[in-house]
Design a protein around this ligand. Structure first.
Ligand SMILES: C[S@@+](CC[C@H](N)C(=O)[O-])C[C@H]1O[C@@H](n2cnc3c(N)ncnc32)[C@H](O)[C@@H]1O
Length: 242
């Protein structure tokens, strides 16, 4: 991975992702019920702070989980979340790696990559799908989700989360602009507001995001040897076909 897009904003990611995970929990949990834990671990690629790891641990009883996370700041939160619960500490292995450098067993019981696929270039995405196809045992799912935009376009500044903690309110917003034939640049703004609405801190970060339409994703998954369907919250479940 080139650079860490979360080095400055990582402080806010867990807090501001909780709302999204309240909505993702059910569709991702349902998709994970197809996992085959006797064959190998469930792998969470780009596990972030571990909100999805907790969902996986609940959905797939007894499964070993490999949580792959390249960002040191996010990995610190992930490790703290895992360390704080005895059962997670036994079941979850944290890998400091990205999708290109992760080390996985020959057979895995499921792979998830939530809210991260746009970080991968088309070539990297293709390599990831091919690698997952090779390792997933029959019936085991690859779970990804679609996120806007589906095409290269402009998205005006939009607030996506606002959460109060103590007497501060943490607000995340973002705007996107075209950055090439298959990507946009997201400019994300994170603000900490006092009780009087004064901006106490502000972090503004840019990162590249590769766009992907629903049809393009389904076509790529079919080409990689998967049968895929799109469910609630645009959660895509793909299983290997013969
Ligand atoms: C928006 S966060 C989502 C985190 C987590 N999956 C969740 O849903 O809460 C995107 C994640 O993708 C990770 N990521 C970015 N590029 C990556 C890469 N090349 N390989 C693996 N993970 C990557 C980031 O470090 C971050 O954890």
């Amino acid at each position: 991975m080139e650079g860490d897009p979360y080095s400055e904003s990582g402080e806010y990611l867990d807090l501001l992702s909780r709302g999204a995970w309240r909505a993702l929990r059910v569709p991702v949990g349902e998709a994970l019920r197809q996992a085959v834990p006797v064959a190998g671990p469930v792998v969470d690629v780009g596990a972030g702070t571990g909100l999805g790891v907790v969902v996986a641990a609940e959905a797939v009883a007894g499964a070993g989980i490999v949580a792959v996370e390249p960002s040191p700041v996010l990995r610190a939160v992930l490790l703290a979340r895992v360390a704080g619960v005895e059962e997670l500490r036994r079941r979850v292995t944290v890998q400091a790696a990205d999708v290109a450098s992760m080390r996985l067993p020959a057979e895995v019981g499921g792979v998830m990559a939530i809210s991260m696929i746009g970080h991968l270039s088309p070539a990297r995405r293709a390599a990831f799908f091919a690698d997952a196809r090779k390792r997933l045992v029959p019936g085991a799912p690859l779970i990804v989700n679609l996120q806007p935009p589906a095409e290269v376009t402009t998205i005006p500044q939009t607030e996506f989360a606002s959460v109060a903690v103590g007497d501060r309110t943490y607000v995340g917003s973002g705007a996107a602009r075209p950055a090439g034939e298959d990507s946009v640049t997201w400019t994300m703004t994170y603000r900490v507001l006092t009780v009087h609405g004064v901006v106490e801190r502000e972090v503004v970060v840019d990162y590249q995001w590769y766009v992907l339409s629903r049809q393009q994703l389904l076509d790529e998954l079919a080409g990689a040897g998967f049968t895929a369907s799109v469910g609630e919250m645009d959660v895509v479940t793909a299983t290997p076909h013969d």
